[in-house]
Design a binder for this molecule. Structure first.
Ligand code: ATP
Ligand code: MG
Length: 562
């Protein structure tokens, strides 16, 4: 089930189709795509896959890509979502210019088209309740049953449809259905509902309408109205395609029709992608909001420290196919690691501090040691970090009784403090009650300063550190997978909540970071050396810095693929 990255074909099947269409001169050699989100939630990384394709193909072939909100359901949709969707698409690096459209822009034309269908005797008002209609649909192997209202006259249907829209009837009391074929092998062709009564105000059209088109009735026609040439969508819409084509057949006046091409959805291990369920997590306060750094939403990933480049790179790596699969989330982590490796300055941060006192270093003395900001990028320069008699190291970099091959600090052992000196552990202070190590006492060899003439002296371990006197306190939030199951939404017998990871968030306080980070701003990104990549959180204040760990340094993906 899990998909490994294969050597991706250099050109996707979708690109091939578009290239062929252009070669054949279809649509006057025009490429026009659209991204059609329903504004009922925030965008997630699955949407990023669609966005990269819709906008990416337009860009690649010199065409255009529209942003179209599929706002056919006034009940679930909110302006908050529209704003966030626009922000996230821009953040990903794409732009729809002036082409911001709404399915609701076409409510008038869709209504007229429905009236046309009635006039052609291709649609009728059905007075049966939803459960009866659904029971008559049959099954894939059994034909459906015709509604007793199927034989209504055109005049009666017209009259009823208008009265439905005037608010004369209750929600659910009547629907408009296309008259196609109750015995069609494709269930979507068995007289699908195309209009229903909804008496809620719409965020754009207000009280104008009392009937609203079904998604299936709005989607293909909206593409048609906008002159879309290639409607790229996910595989579940493949079975809807004959219905979309049927509508366009009734609508079109020349040869033009949008060509629908389906590709596989993005699914990720240990992740849930359904907007409805993500909304539940937010509403039930199981996460702090849509932008909780554990969420697969684009705003969550942004807050976590992901870059648009990393997400686009990941989407590129997994590619587009015709087969549903679950991608390994560690490939996404691999992509962000690669990007942050090039972009982020290295800094020192100690998450779980233990004080080291260098007993032979003069009290009150401060030296500035020079450190390279990024060995991958010389242009990022150097910085000075203060060093003095007392420093913090990571608690787990010291062991009273070290195991074999522990190349860190232990009684009698030597390590280098990166960029500074080699120190030797002479003794330590232990809390007799708890057994906790409270302080470590070392001596330093002043001839071993990094870069100095006697610095050739070799030790096996190098530790990161922070000067105790100069350090800045920080809160650090460590994240783990939100779910403990590889496929939390795919377990039929269990509610996905059962698989919520109780340890997905760990908050560390009293962390010590180097003083150069004092002025870091939200979304600034760093590599804390030896620990991982970290990003300043929105909750950060100048007197209370907060960092999110984007990802640890260790790349499990690279190992898996060796
Ligand atoms: P959900 O079922 O989570 O609500 P959706 O498909 O209804 O998602 P839309 O807002 O309708 O969400 O999606 C807009 C576009 O994004 C559609 O073209 C859809 O095919 C695509 N899309 C949504 N989820 C994914 C995914 N996981 N992978 C790839 N494309 C996706
Ligand atoms: Mg949808």
């Amino acid at each position: 089930m899990m998909e490994q990255v294969e050597s991706k074909p250099s050109i996707s099947f979708i690109e091939q189709i578009i290239t062929e269409d252009l070669k054949e001169g279809k649509n006057n050699v025009r490429i026009h795509t659209r991204f059609p989100p329903e504004p009922n939630g925030y965008l997630h990384i699955g949407h990023a896959k669609a966005i990269c394709l819709d906008f990416g193909m337009a860009k690649k072939f010199g065409g255009k890509c529209n942003l179209r909100f599929d706002d056919t359901n006034p009940v679930r949709e909110e302006v908050e979502y529209i704003d966030s969707i626009k922000e996230d698409i821009h953040w990903l690096g794409f732009d729809w210019e002036e082409r911001e459209f709404y399915a609701s822009d076409y409510f008038g034309r869709l209504f007229d088209f429905a009236v046309d269908l009635i006039k052609k005797n291709l649609a009728y008002v059905d007075d049966q309740p939803a459960d009866v209609i659904s029971a008559q649909k049959g099954t894939p192997s059994q034909p459906g049953k015709e509604s007793p209202f199927r034989k209504r006259t055109v005049d009666e249907n017209i009259d009823l449809f208008y009265r439905m829209n005037e608010g004369e009837f209750d929600e659910g009391s009547r629907v408009l259905r296309a008259k196609i074929d109750m015995t069609a092998p494709n269930m979507h062709m068995r007289d699908p509902i195309i209009y229903r009564i909804i008496k809620s105000a719409h965020h754009r059209t207000g009280e104008t309408w009392k009937v609203y088109p079904m998604y299936d009735f709005a989607h293909g026609q909206s593409d048609y109205f906008e002159g879309i040439t290639h409607s790229l969508c996910t595989l579940e819409f493949e079975v809807h395609r004959p219905l979309y084509d049927w509508f366009i057949d009734q609508l079109k006046t020349d040869d033009y029709r949008p060509r629908q091409i389906e590709f596989n959805r993005l699914n990720l291990t240990y992740t849930m992608m359904s907007k409805r369920k993500l909304l539940e997590l937010v509403q039930e306060n199981r996460v702090s909001g849509w932008d909780d750094p554990r969420m697969p939403t684009l705003c969550g990933l942004r807050r976590r420290g992901y870059t648009p480049e990393a997400i686009r790179r990941f989407v590129d790596l997994i590619g587009y196919t015709k087969v549903e699969a679950i991608n390994d989330v560690s490939l996404l982590e691999h992509a962000v690691r690669e990007d942050l490796n090039i972009k982020t300055p290295r800094v020192f941060g100690v998450l779980d501090p233990l004080k080291v006192i260098i007993t032979n270093y003069p009290e009150g003395k401060v030296e500035n040691v020079e450190l390279i900001n990024n060995p991958e990028d010389e242009t990022m320069g150097k910085r000075e970090v203060p060093f003095c008699r007392e420093v913090f190291i990571e608690k787990d970099d010291f062991m009273e009784i070290p195991p074999h091959k522990f190349f860190r600090l232990a009684p009698g052992m030597e390590v280098r403090l990166k960029g500074a000196y080699i120190i030797k552990c002479e003794s330590f202070k232990k809390n007799e009650k708890t057994g906790a190590i409270e302080e470590v006492y070392c001596t330093y060899d002043q001839d071993t300063k990094s870069g100095g003439h006697a610095s050739e002296k070799k030790v096996k371990g190098t530790l990161h550190w922070v000067s105790a006197r100069h350090s800045v306190e920080a809160e650090v939030r460590l994240y783990d997978r939100l779910f403990t199951h590889e496929d939390p939404a795919g377990q039929k017998d269990e509610d996905y909540r059962v698989f919520l990871n109780p340890d997905s968030l760990k908050v560390l306080t009293g962390c010590k970071i180097e003083p150069s980070l004092k002025s870091a701003k939200p979304l600034d990104k760093f590599q804390f050396q030896r620990l991982g990549y970290f990003c300043v959180d929105y909750d950060s204040k100048h007197d209370h810095l907060v960092f999110n760990r984007t990802v640890s340094l260790k790349d499990t993906w690279a190992k898996i693929n060796k």
